[in-house]
Design a protein around this ligand. Structure first.
Ligand code: GLA
Length: 379
């Protein structure tokens, strides 16, 4: 990863942007040292920050929600909840790395839908990490900004997230997906060329309250599975190291739901690698099949889906013009991601919106995203 250029003089004000992300496949694999296939999108968070001449006063404004918040850099701690935690978390992690941050005013706004599984939180974290790095000439490289943003979420938000979202938000490249090995952050860009197809996200507009507590529970369940597998195979550090055969052989020794969690992660890792191969070969049928398998594994084995997501995926299964569809992100709401023939999008959206409203009494939001570049200072 190239180092961000170290500056000799810090600017008085900066504007930085960081995008949300999609994920083609590879869900709940990142914190198991596994593989993911995400991409940054053209929806972003933009933050304008300026030094205010004080040693430690910070004033933040969320433009869209018209909320302001101030804190002192010498003494701050997480609130019970809220966007403030993402920003304070980033500040705290940059300080822990030795970053000398002075007083600043910052205002932000963005168009990544919150709670959609498109990672508006990583966009917020990474936009602030990028802005503050520039504003105070901290000289951190991209990897440090990615990891600081991830730790912000662990320590100030309380979600023990993996690295996928922050990595994609910082490292995204226009028109490319990223095959990322979350063990060592080795990565490769693949052009996302879908021919007659395109991506379509459908936002369920539900965000079930379970999302954060169940997320951390899943992490603990994976660790439990690993500790059982290690009894037979001491070389297994993480689910990334286990094969499906080893998981099957360990089934008797672990609770049933732990077995299914392990089976999801291990099979999903395989699917990500197969999907990358299919994408390169332009084999959208295989790619689509892998996406559907991913969904069913998340629904039945990992149990992080919800009726709204399952319903939307179900609606695609008999449509030959939609080779694949699945829930995207952490789960319990948010979006599905589908590959669909371009010429059929309008027809499908109209049809599925109608039956979704009829079934759940909620409006569906179709989102056509383009694949964009990662975080950047723009002024
Ligand atoms: C959230 C987390 C990511 C990842 C996904 C599930 O988006 O922030 O780290 O674990 O869920 O794949």
């Amino acid at each position: 990863m190239d180092n961000l250029k170290k500056q000799t003089t810090a600017p008085d004000a900066v504007t930085a942007q960081a995008p949300g992300r999609i994920n083609l496949i590879g869900e709940h694999t990142d914190y198991n040292d596994g593989f993911v296939l995400p991409a940054a999108i053209d929806r972003k968070m933009t933050v304008r920050a300026r030094r205010n001449g004080t040693p430690s006063a910070v004033h933040l404004t969320d433009i869209r929600q018209q909320q302001s918040f101030s804190f002192d850099l010498r003494d701050f701690s997480p609130l019970e909840k809220g966007w403030q935690n993402y920003v304070m978390g980033v500040v705290s992690e940059l300080q822990k790395l030795g970053g000398a941050i002075g007083g600043f005013d910052a205002a932000f706004e963005g168009n990544v839908p919150v709670g959609s599984g498109m990672s508006s939180s990583a966009a917020l974290e990474c936009s602030f990490a990028t802005a503050l790095n520039e504003l105070f000439a901290l000289g951190f490289d991209k990897r440090q900004l990615i990891e600081a943003s991830q730790r912000a979420e662990h320590h100030f938000v309380g979600i023990k997230c993996g690295i996928m979202d922050q990595f994609a938000s910082v490292m995204g490249r226009k028109d490319h997906v990223i095959l990322l090995d979350c063990r060592d952050l080795g990565f490769q860009y693949f052009p996302l060329e879908l021919g007659a197809y395109q991506l379509l996200l459908l936002n369920t507009n539900v965000s079930h309250a379970l999302a954060s507590s169940e997320y951390n529970t899943r992490r603990a369940e994976c660790a439990e599975g690993v500790s059982v597998l290690q009894q037979e195979h001491p070389g297994i550090r993480n689910l990334r190291d286990a094969s499906l055969e080893q998981v099957a052989a360990g089934q008797e020794k672990m609770p049933e739901h732990i077995f299914r969690r392990c089976r999801h992660v291990v099979s999903e890792n395989r699917r990500v690698l197969d999907a990358a191969t299919a994408l390169q070969a332009g084999d959208f049928k295989t790619l689509g099949k892998l996406m559907c398998q991913s969904h069913f594994s998340l629904q039945n084995d990992y149990e992080v889906s919800c009726p709204e997501l399952d319903f939307l995926v179900q609606q695609t299964l008999d449509k030959e013009y939609i080779p694949g569809s699945r829930m995207m992100g952490g789960g319990f709401g948010g979006c599905t991601i589908s590959i669909i023939e371009k010429s059929r999008v309008a027809e499908f959206v109209e049809q599925v919106s109608k039956i979704y409203r009829h079934r759940f009494g909620i409006d569906l939001t179709p989102i056509e995203v383009a694949i964009g570049d990662g975080a950047a200072v723009i002024r």
